[in-house]
Design a protein around this ligand. Structure first.
Ligand code: ZN
Length: 345
């Protein structure tokens, strides 16, 4: 081989190495942040109806980059059970959060927030929850309150020295809050949640992060006006609009290309009603091109953890969900994929 050929070969291989190296670095950079956005109480079919009427432009743009997946719920369809399962990947038997009435603080280290703080190191990673709802997505400590005849029973009643007390359990995120950078709940309106999120994104822009942003107006209007009301539909549009402002902020900060957005709901809504007693049909909408399967509510957390680089097999206790980046044979509610679904339209 002539020397110049050898030199070009060496140069070429160096170039290839550089390209490979740069590409793999770029890949790592892409997965810097995740924002999980909760549209509390958003029924899958209603979301799809609004989407088909072109009322949800942000959701539409997002899923054009990633996908819209059916999520079916196999446990209680309420708020405490919902967000506890979504933010841990565990069944209620593991978290102790069965429903709005039967709950306890999720055991330490079981939430996505705590796992991420541990994995990346508390100083090198930001976890934040910005939440519209109060107690049902709360972190209050356990309480021992005097209990009088006629008071609402919220916990076990005990009698000490002839005085009745009730032991109110700590709220689901009581343990998680202590290791998180930000946990704010009870903010109410979407606008308050949204504006606070924009501020916090600005504040934490230099650090990789996981944000949970919770919008409550869909659920609130559903209870007040019913699932088929204009107000319920307007609240979906509000959630879409504020999701858009968050994405716009990410773009302004130059972070959008490195941030995955997941939108999901804790439960759907009983068709045409003001309740969600049996409302197991929700969704995952994302700009993540690697999400390719439908699944259940417990699958969101493993998807997030896997995308952040976790080896899921090493997580103890084992997660109940599976990452949606792979095809699975999930057992779902019967009928979820049949004519009731608008997804095939
Ligand atoms: Zn509700």
């Amino acid at each position: 081989m002539k020397p110049w050929k050898l030199i070009s070969l060496i140069l070429l291989s160096m170039l290839t190495l550089t390209i490979t190296f740069t590409t793999s670095c770029a890949d790592q950079n892409i997965l810097r942040n995740i924002i999980l956005i909760g549209w509390d109480g958003a029924q899958r079919n209603h979301v799809l109806e609004s989407y088909l009427r072109a009322e949800l432009p942000i959701l539409t743009a997002l899923i054009s980059e990633g996908s819209f997946q059916e999520i079916d719920i196999l446990e209680v369809t309420d708020t405490k059970a919902g967000w506890a399962q979504i933010l841990t990947g565990y069944a209620a038997e593991i978290t102790g959060v069965y429903s709005n009435r039967q709950y306890q603080p999720i055991p330490e280290e079981y939430t996505v927030f705590e796992k991420l703080e541990e994995f990346f190191g508390p100083d090198d990673f930001v976890t934040a929850a910005i939440i519209g709802k109060g107690a049902n997505v709360g972190a209050d400590p356990p309480l021992r309150q005097p209990h009088e005849e006629g008071d609402r029973v919220q916990g076990e009643i005990i009698i000490e020295d002839g005085v009745e007390y009730q032991l109110i359990p700590g709220k689901p995120f009581y343990n998680a809050k202590s290791v998180m950078d930000v946990f704010i709940n009870g903010l109410g309106e979407d606008e308050v949640v949204g504006l606070m999120t924009l501020d916090l994104l600005e504040h934490y822009q230099d650090s990789p992060f996981f944000f949970f942003v919770h919008f409550e107006e869909v659920d609130k209007n559903g209870h007040k006006y019913g699932e088929n009301s204009k107000q319920y539909n307007d609240a979906l549009i509000s959630a879409d609009t504020w999701t858009g402002k968050i994405i716009q902020k990410l773009k302004e900060l130059g972070l959008y290309d490195q941030t995955l957005i997941y939108i999901t709901a804790d439960h759907g809504f009983d068709e045409g009603k003001k309740s969600h007693k049996d409302a197991p049909y929700v969704f995952l909408a994302t700009n993540d091109p690697l999400v390719l399967d439908s699944g259940e509510r417990a699958d969101i957390a493993p998807t997030i953890l896997e995308r952040f680089g976790f080896d899921l097999d090493e997580i103890m206790p084992p997660l109940d969900g599976k990452p949606l980046t792979k095809q699975h044979q999930t057992v779902l509610w019967q009928g979820s994929r049949d004519e009731d679904s608008l997804l095939k339209v």
